[in-house]
Design a protein around this ligand. Structure first.
Ligand code: SF4
Length: 378
């Protein structure tokens, strides 16, 4: 067994003894206890190399629980994990196969060459996806008139996987249409189109998924929440527990939306969203593209500057399939039990979590670097 320091690729000669081992199923209480109880190394277990839950746990320890000590990856790891371990906040990795040590060192050397690590944990910055590059992309998109050209520009400028999280809303359908029309996927761009299947979606949303797949010949990946987390949530709060308190509701959104989104964005270099400035005051200054330091990727909002009139005209002109619920007064469509139709002239947010105070309506999908909600989630 060899312990390697990820940032330097060097072998740790005299490793500290692990104080806590977290399994991938660790819940908030376990994370809090591990982070608060000691400064010693916390080991996070990877039971198989395809199980990525450990990456999320490390990020939660760093970002939510402020853990500053050593986080060690243990279990079934492969050298390709090095980059993601670093990005998620790990310091060290245990290598069980002594023959693999040289491969790990070579892999970490390559990562060090291409990545710029920050101070302690950190989210290494890719040179070509840095804040400056994102700013330049924002400028270029501002000068690029039509949406298809904007998508082509995004695909050309961002290397690696570009995640497109769609809620099948009007903006997202327009973006999907433009992605298909641009031909960037056929040309080799790695655009990962997915939606968060919270388990509480309207059947009409799933119908729209199928209709869109048939029309555009693009698979829309359904990203599900962790089954065990959902079981524990429902057994603790009840099947409609999210109606009982804001805290419960945020807990439900955290498990059914935020964590699955975080998992889906892991390792992505870009993230396309349908945010528009007209949505709300909080979104009034949403850029076309910006560096998301928190996630270490370039966030692209290609219809940020579109008006509602432009959006509706584009949908009509291109016969874009839309969720039939829009015709029945639903504007911002989320989970079925938490969304209702609104009256003409009513604030679109009135159709979401209507039993709560306005200022509590947030679910954390779009947060700024300080952890505060900057834009209301779709
Ligand atoms: S919108 Fe409602 S059902 Fe959906 S995740 Fe949030 S609280 Fe749960």
């Amino acid at each position: 067994m060899v312990l390697v320091e990820l940032a330097t690729g060097t072998i740790v000669a005299d490793p500290d003894e692990v104080a806590t081992v977290l399994e991938p199923t660790a819940d908030e209480a376990a994370l809090s206890a591990a982070a608060g109880g000691n400064a010693g190394p916390i080991a996070i277990a990877f039971p198989s190399f395809t199980d990525g839950r450990g990456f999320s746990l490390a990020r939660l320890l760093r970002e939510r629980h402020g853990f500053k000590g050593e986080i060690r990856a243990v279990g079934h790891l492969i050298p390709d994990h090095g980059q993601f371990l670093l990005r998620s906040g790990f310091d060290t990795a245990e290598i069980t196969d002594p023959d693999a040590v040289q491969v790990w060192k070579a892999s970490l050397e390559r990562i060090r060459h291409n990545y710029q690590p920050a101070v302690r944990n950190p989210l290494p910055l890719r040179w070509d996806a840095s804040s400056k590059a994102a700013g330049m992309l924002d400028e270029t998109l501002g000068k690029t008139g039509d949406l298809v050209s904007r998508i082509k520009e995004v695909a050309a400028q961002i290397e690696g996987r570009i995640a497109f999280s769609t809620s099948l809303g009007l903006e997202d359908q327009v973006i999907l249409h433009a992605i298909a029309k641009s031909g960037v996927i056929k040309s080799g761009a790695e655009i990962d189109v997915f939606t968060l299947d919270t388990g509480r979606l309207f059947p009409e949303v799933l119908e729209t998924v199928e209709l869109s797949e048939l029309r555009y010949r693009i698979r829309i990946r359904l990203v599900a929440p962790d089954a065990q987390e959902v079981e524990e949530l429902v057994s603790r709060d009840g099947v409609y527990g999210f109606r009982q308190s804001v805290e419960n509701r945020k807990g439900c959104c955290e498990i059914r939306k935020v964590r699955p989104l975080n998992r889906a964005l892991e390792g992505a270099q870009g993230w396309i969203t349908g945010l528009r400035r007209e949505h709300s005051d909080a979104r009034a200054e949403v850029p076309l593209a910006a560096w998301d330091a928190d996630r270490g990727l370039t966030k692209v909002n290609p219809v940020a500057d579109w008006s509602t009139d432009t959006l509706m005209a584009y949908i009509a002109a291109n016969n874009i399939p839309v969720n039939p619920l829009h015709a029945r007064g639903f504007v911002s469509i989320g989970c079925a039990p938490c969304t209702r139709a609104i009256q003409p002239g009513e604030n679109p947010r009135a159709g979401r979590w209507w039993w709560e105070n306005e200022d509590k309506k947030e679910c954390g999908l779009h947060v700024n670097e300080n952890g505060k909600e900057k834009e209301k989630a779709a």
